[in-house]
Design a protein around this ligand. Structure first.
Ligand SMILES: Nc1ncnc2c1ncn2[C@@H]1O[C@H](COP(=O)(O)OP(=O)(O)OP(=O)(O)O)[C@@H](O)[C@H]1O
Length: 793
C-alpha cells in the first residue's frame, strides 16, 4: 500500500535467505555484492542510469554474498584511506541484536480526545467577556480566524488588561501553561490594548521611544513573536463606516514594532532605534548591548517587559544578561523621571509609565527561575489557565521540574524500542510511512526530527539529500552552510531542512520558513514548497516556542540529553497545538527501556489527573519497517538492508562523506555522555555497542579510537553529571547564543565545559580544542574558531 503511495516497488524481490554465518565473536558476517564497486582498472566510473524507482536500482544489483568486501575502486580507495580500513566487515542488520520486549504489532489508531487541553474554549467565554477592545476582537476574528480565547488567555487577560490603579496596583504575572496554548497572544494583546489610546494623543509619535520590550531566548522565536505582533498591528484603527462611533477618539498609526536579534548591523539597528520603536522584540545579548552602548535608545518610559521562555533563558546562561537589562531599564527610567521633574521631559497623558509591568513565561518554576521572578516581578501571581477554573491563580512557589507542565491531552505518544543497528533504517521507514499517510490524505505532512548534536544533524541531512539507491553520482561536493534544503529519493515529494545554531542566521530563518511552507526566496527548490511535505532535522534549538503550522509529527530520534521530562514536553509540543492533533515518536535503544516508565511517572505527576498524556504506546520496530518499506513477510528486512547499504556506499564514496559520518558518530557519543547523573542508570555510554552504533551512522566500523573515546566520554559524563544543574551546558546552548554580543559569554561557557571535559590544550599561550566534532555546542569548526581567538591566562 505504501509502496504505491510512495511510488516504490520491488520488481525483483530479494527473497533469498541470508546465510547465518557467524564469526568467532558470534557476529553474523555477510558480504554483499551490491556493495561491489568498479575495479581499479575502471579509471572513469561508468555512469549508471538513475533508476526511476529509488529502491529498485539497488535490488537490481547482484545479490551474491561473500564474507568480506574488498574496496578496490579508485574512488573507494580514497574513501578507504579516509576510514583506514581497506577490508570492510559488513554485518547483518537483523542478527545479533539485543532482545526487545514485545510491543504492539499494529499501529495504535489515533483518535482525538473530545476535549483537547490547549484548544480555544468552547464554553460561553468570549474575548468581550475578558475585556478585550472591539478593534482587537474584530481583527482576531476577521483576519486571524481566532474566535474564542484559550484557557490561558481567559485567565490572564483580565489581570493584564486591568488599568493601572495607584491604590491597588495590578500584579506582575507568571504565565505557566501547556505548549501551544496561546501564550503569545496572552501577553501581546494587553500590551497593544494598553498602548492603543496613546494613538489618539496628537503630540505622541514614535519619538516617545520604546514602551514595551519582549525578550525571547532565540532568534527564531524573536522573529516569530515579531511576526505575530506585526499581524496584530495591521488591525483597522476605526470600525467600519456603518457602525463607526464618532465619539470614539481618532487613532493614528504610530504604533510600530521592531526586532533586535543581531540580524542587522548595529549601525542599522541604532538608526531604527533613533527613529523610535514603541514595541520591541529582542534577544537578550543584543538588547543589553544597545542599552549599554546606544544613546539613541530611548527606553526611559518603557512600561512593559515580557521574559518569554524564562527557564530557557536561564538554561542558556542569560541570567547575568537579564539582570543587566533590568538594571539598565531601571536606570533609564530614573533618568526619564528626573528629566520630567526638571521640565526637560514630557508626561504621556495620564498613562502611568513609572511602574513597570512584567510578565514572565516559563514552563517550570525551578529555583533559578524563581530567583529571577524574585528580582523581576512585583506582587507576582502564577496564572496557569486551567480548563475548569478560570480564576486559578497562586503565588509563585518553587515546584518540581515538570509539575503542572504536561503534554496536550490530544497528543498521541508512541515509542519504538530499536536496536542500535536498525536506528537509521527505522527512521527512514517511519518518515516514509508518515509521508505516505499524508499523501493519502492529500495533505502536506510536516515532521520535526530531533537529534542531539549539530554534527549529527549535518550528517543525516547530507546523507538523506545525497545518498541514492542506485549509487549514481549526485554528490556535488560538501554542502554550503547557506544551503537551505535537500530532497531525498527515499522520501519522495518531501523537502528536508535542517536547523542548528552553527548555521548562518539567514539559513536558519530560511529553514524555518521553508519548513513551515512559506515562500522561500533563497531556496533553489523547484517544488512549490507550500504544497510539499517538509521534514526538519534539528537540535534542541527548535524545541521551544516555535509555532510551525500543521506539524503532524515530532520524532525524538535522540532523546533529550538535557532537561529531562520538561525538554521532552517542549519538543513534543511543536505538534498538537491550539487543539489540533499530532503524534510524538521516541526512539528508545534496548538499553534505555527504563526511560519509558521513568518518563511516564514524571508525566503523570505533571498531569492534573491520570490522563492519557501519561501513557506512551509501544510500537514494534518490525511494524514500522514493514509499513515504511512494504513487501510480503520479512521482505522488509531485505529492503531495509538495501537502504542501509546504499547509505554505507555513500559514506565510502568520499573522504568528506566519511568525515561527516565520523563526526556525527563522535558528537553523538559525546552528547550521550552528558545525560545527567540521575539518568545514568538509563543512558550510559558503556551500554552502547560502538560497532552497532556505527551502523546508525552508515559506518562499517566504529571510528578508530572510539573505544578510548567512549570510555573518556563516560568518565566526563559522570563527572559533569555530578555537577549541579546550573553548571551544566544545555543541549543547543550555543545554538541559541545568537548575537555578537553574546559571543564572549558563549566563549566563557564553552571554555568552561570544554575544559571540564579535558579537551582543550594550551598552545603558545592559547587554548585550543584538542578534540574533534563538538556535541551539542557547535560543529568542530565553529568551536575552533570561537576558541582560537581567546587567550586564557
Ligand atoms: N484563541 C485562540 N484560538 C485559536 N488559535 C489560537 C488562539 N490563541 C492562539 N492561537 C494559535 O495557537 C498557536 C499556538 O500559540 P502560541 O505559539 O502562542 O502558543 P504557546 O502557548 O506560546 O506555545 P509554546 O509554549 O509552545 O511556546 C498559534 O498558532 C496561535 O495562532
Amino acid at each position: 500500500m505504501d509502496d504505491l503511495v510512495l511510488n516504490i516497488s520491488f520488481d525483483e524481490p530479494v527473497a533469498k535467505k541470508r546465510s547465518n554465518l557467524s564469526n568467532k565473536y558470534g557476529r553474523t558476517l555477510e558480504s554483499l555484492t551490491s556493495l561491489k564497486v568498479p575495479s581499479s582498472h575502471d579509471k572513469t566510473p561508468k555512469k549508471r542510469k538513475a533508476p526511476d524507482n529509488p529502491i529498485q536500482g539497488a535490488s537490481n544489483q547482484p545479490k551474491k554474498r561473500r564474507k568480506l568486501e574488498e574496496g578496490t575502486s579508485t574512488h573507494v580507495q580514497a574513501a578507504s584511506a579516509a576510514v583506514k580500513a581497506p577490508r570492510h566487515i559488513v554485518s547483518s542488520l537483523f542478527t545479533s541484536n539485543p532482545l526487545v520486549p514485545k510491543a504492539s504489532t499494529s499501529l495504535p489508531i489515533y483518535t482525538t480526545p473530545a476535549l483537547p487541553s490547549n484548544a480555544p474554549l468552547t464554553d460561553s467565554s468570549t474575548f468581550e467577556g475578558v475585556g478585550l477592545h472591539k478593534l482587537l476582537i474584530n481583527h482576531l476574528q476577521g483576519k486571524m480566524n481566532i474566535q474564542k480565547p484559550t484557557s490561558i488567555q481567559r485567565a490572564a487577560l483580565p489581570h493584564l488588561l486591568r488599568p493601572y490603579d495607584d491604590k491597588s496596583p495590578p500584579p506582575d504575572i507568571f504565565l505557566q501553561s501547556q505548549t501551544g496554548s496561546g501564550k503569545t497572544l496572552a501577553f501581546l494583546l494587553p500590551i497593544i490594548q494598553d498602548l492603543l489610546p496613546l494613538s489618539s494623543l496628537s503630540y505622541i509619535d514614535r519619538s516617545i521611544g520604546t514602551l514595551a520590550i519582549i525578550i525571547a531566548p532565540t532568534r527564531e522565536l524573536a522573529k516569530q513573536i515579531s511576526d505575530v505582533l506585526e499581524t496584530l498591528l495591521k488591525m483597522r484603527l476605526r470600525e467600519s463606516q456603518e457602525i463607526s462611533d464618532d465619539t470614539e477618539p481618532r487613532l493614528t498609526r504610530w504604533l510600530v514594532s521592531g526586532l533586535l536579534s543581531g540580524g542587522a548591523t548595529r549601525a542599522h539597528e541604532k538608526a531604527r532605534l533613533r527613529k523610535g520603536l514603541p514595541i520591541l522584540v529582542a534577544t537578550p545579548g543584543r538588547l543589553l548591548d544597545h542599552l549599554q552602548n546606544s544613546t539613541s535608545f530611548n527606553v526611559g518610559k518603557c512600561r512593559w517587559l515580557v521574559l518569554d521562555e524564562a527557564d530557557r533563558l536561564m538554561d542558556l546562561g542569560f541570567e547575568e544578561t537579564i539582570q543587566g537589562i533590568l538594571k539598565g531599564l531601571d536606570g533609564r527610567r530614573k533618568l526619564a523621571m528626573k528629566a520630567v521633574e526638571q521640565g526637560q521631559g514630557m508626561e504621556v497623558g495620564g498613562w502611568e509609565w513609572r511602574e513597570r509591568r512584567t510578565i514572565l513565561c516559563s514552563a517550570t518554576i525551578r529555583e533559578d527561575v524563581q530567583k529571577l521572578a524574585g528580582t523581576a516581578l512585583k506582587r507576582p501571581i502564577v496564572i496557569r489557565g486551567s480548563l475548569d477554573d478560570p480564576n486559578d491563580t497562586q503565588p509563585v512557589q518553587a515546584q518540581s521540574q515538570a509539575e503542572h507542565f504536561a503534554p496536550p491531552s490530544q497528543l498521541s505518544q508512541k515509542y519504538i524500542v530499536t536496536p542500535l543497528k536498525l536506528r537509521l533504517v527505522t527512521l527512514v521507514a517511519l518518515l516514509r510511512s508518515l509521508l505516505a499517510d499524508g499523501a493519502r490524505r492529500r495533505d502536506p505532512t510536516r515532521i520535526i526530527v530531533f537529534l542531539s548534536s549539530t554534527d549529527s544533524v549535518d550528517f543525516h541531512w547530507s546523507l538523506l539529500g545525497k545518498a541514492t539507491m542506485g549509487g549514481e553520482d549526485t554528490d556535488k561536493g560538501p554542502s554550503e552552510p547557506d544551503q537551505v534544503s535537500v530532497q531525498s529519493s527515499l522520501l519522495p515529494d518531501a523537502i528536508v531542512y535542517r536547523l542548528h545554531g552553527s548555521l548562518p542566521l539567514a539559513t536558519r530563518l530560511a529553514s524555518v520558513s521553508g519548513f513551515a511552507g512559506k515562500k522561500n526566496k533563497s531556496s533553489k527548490s523547484n517544488i512549490a514548497e507550500a504544497q510539499s511535505s517538509t521534514i526538519l532535522l534539528c537540535t534542541s534549538v527548535a524545541s521551544r516556542g516555535l509555532d510551525l503550522p500543521q506539524v503532524r509529527a515530532v520524532i525524538q530520534y535522540d532523546l533529550p540529553t538535557e532537561g529531562g521530562a520538561t525538554e521532552y514536553i517542549h519538543r513534543v509540543g511543536r505538534t498538537a497545538r491550539a487543539g489540533k492533533g499530532g503524534e510524538a515518536w521516541s526512539f528508545v535503544c534496548p538499553s534505555e527501556a527504563e526511560w519509558v516508565p521513568w518518563l511516564e511517572e514524571r508525566l503523570s505527576t505533571s498531569s492534573a489527573e491520570d490522563t492519557p498524556t501519561a501513557k506512551l504506546h509501544a510500537v514494534d520496530n518490525a511494524v514500522v519497517l514493514r509499513k515504511g518499506f512494504g513487501g510480503k513477510g520479512t521482505e522488509y528486512e531485505e529492503r531495509a538492508t538495501e537502504v542501509q547499504l546504499a547509505f554505507e556506499r555513500w559514506v565510502l564514496a568520499s573522504k568528506e562523506n566519511a568525515e561527516l559520518a565520523r563526526s556525527g558518530f563522535k558528537s553523538h557519543l559525546r552528547a550521550y555522555a552528558t545525560h545527567p547523573a540521575d539518568e545514568k542508570h538509563i543512558f550510559h555510554v558503556r551500554n552502547l555497542h560502538s560497532g552497532h552504533l556505527a551502523k546508525a551512522f552508515a559506518l562499517r566500523d566504529a571510528p578508530s579510537g572510539m573505544d578510548k573515546a567512549s570510555k573518556a566520554a563516560a568518565k566526563v559524563g559522570s563527572k559533569a553529571g555530578k555537577k549541579k544543574h546550573a553548571g551544566r551546558q544545555p543541549a543547543g546552548a550555543l545554538d541559541s547564543s545568537d548575537e555578537d554580543a553574546d559571543i564572549s559569554l558563549t566563549e566563557k561557557r564553552m571554555k568552561a565545559i570544554v575544559r571540564e571535559q579535558g579537551r582543550l590544550t594550551k598552545k603558545k599561550g592559547m587554548l585550543m580544542p584538542s578534540g574533534v566534532g563538538e556535541f551539542q555546542i557547535a560543529s568542530s569548526d565553529t568551536l575552533a574558531k570561537l576558541v582560537k581567538s581567546v587567550s586564557i591566562d
